[in-house]
Design a binder for this molecule. Structure first.
Ligand SMILES: NC(=O)c1ccc[n+]([C@@H]2O[C@H](COP(=O)([O-])OP(=O)(O)OC[C@H]3O[C@@H](n4cnc5c(N)ncnc54)[C@H](O)[C@@H]3O)[C@@H](O)[C@H]2O)c1
Length: 215
């Protein structure tokens, strides 16, 4: 594999390709072309070929890619060759919705623990996953070897939770709270904000409206 800095947009597309390949494999497809992948995910064949070229030579001219081999390789690149135990902090609306998300388990992410500071929630299980006291987080995260944590607490508590996670040997945080948090350099941080995505949609809709007006 070439040791290049892979653009984040490429990494995101790899995840999309992989999920598409899983679906076509389930339908019994053996070989697939860059054109078919592009059509399936709504991109261009040239983009697919360019993305895959980051990782060396794949596919056979005229035959395309072996779907199984390609997907296996992409999943390995994405670090999905192994199972990842995940912890959720915040057993509220979002936290409990995330415990029901089948897409996690299908991709090797297993929610193994939820942490909360509400005494009424501690000791319960959410979809079979125990809710522990935030006070026990460090001990349990280390015991369960959790490297990825999801923050689903109110914004004003997000930084405190992130600081606490930094002391628990966590390597990556997915933050859903609408609060800019800072973490030590060695921790990977991604923020998810559905409102931002909706605003991108409304921005594009407004642009379209302006263009229509000009016609
Ligand atoms: N990013 C998005 O697109 C998106 C979408 C929905 C919700 N959210 C955000 O996710 C967060 C959770 O939303 P919700 O609707 O589930 O809220 P909620 O109030 O239903 O749940 C929050 C949970 O966090 C717990 N909590 C609070 N402080 C804590 C702390 N210091 N340690 C441990 N647990 C603590 C509470 O007891 C509660 O169980 C909010 O910040 C919300 O804005 C983001």
């Amino acid at each position: 594999m070439k040791s290049l800095k892979i653009p984040e947009a490429t990494v995101m597309r790899l995840s999309v390709y992989s999920r598409f390949l899983t679906r076509v494999q389930e339908k019994g497809v053996v070989n697939i072309s860059s054109g078919e992948i592009a059509e399936g995910i709504g991109g261009s064949p040239a983009q697919v070929r360019k993305d895959l070229a980051y990782f060396g030579e794949f596919g056979t001219r005229g035959v395309g890619y072996n779907a199984n081999e390609l997907n296996h390789h992409i999943m390995k690149i994405l670090g999905l060759g192994e199972k990842w135990p995940v912890a959720i902090i915040g057993a509220g609306n979002l936290g409990s919705a995330l415990t029901q998300y089948k897409g996690f388990i299908d991709r090797g992410f297993k929610v193994v623990a939820i942490f909360d500071n509400d005494l009424n929630k501690i000791g319960l299980t959410l979809n079979g996953i125990p809710v522990y006291s935030i006070a026990d987080m460090e001990k349990i995260i280390r015991e369960l070897d959790v490297k990825i944590a999801i923050i689903a607490v109110p914004a004003e508590h997000a930084q405190g939770v992130a600081d606490h996670l930094a002391n628990c040997n966590v390597m990556a945080i997915l933050n859903f709270a609408q609060h800019v948090i800072s973490v030590p350099e060695h921790i990977e941080l991604r923020n998810v904000d559905l409102a931002v995505n909706l605003e991108i949609l409304t921005f594009n809709l407004s642009l379209q409206k302006e263009k229509d007006k000009e016609k």
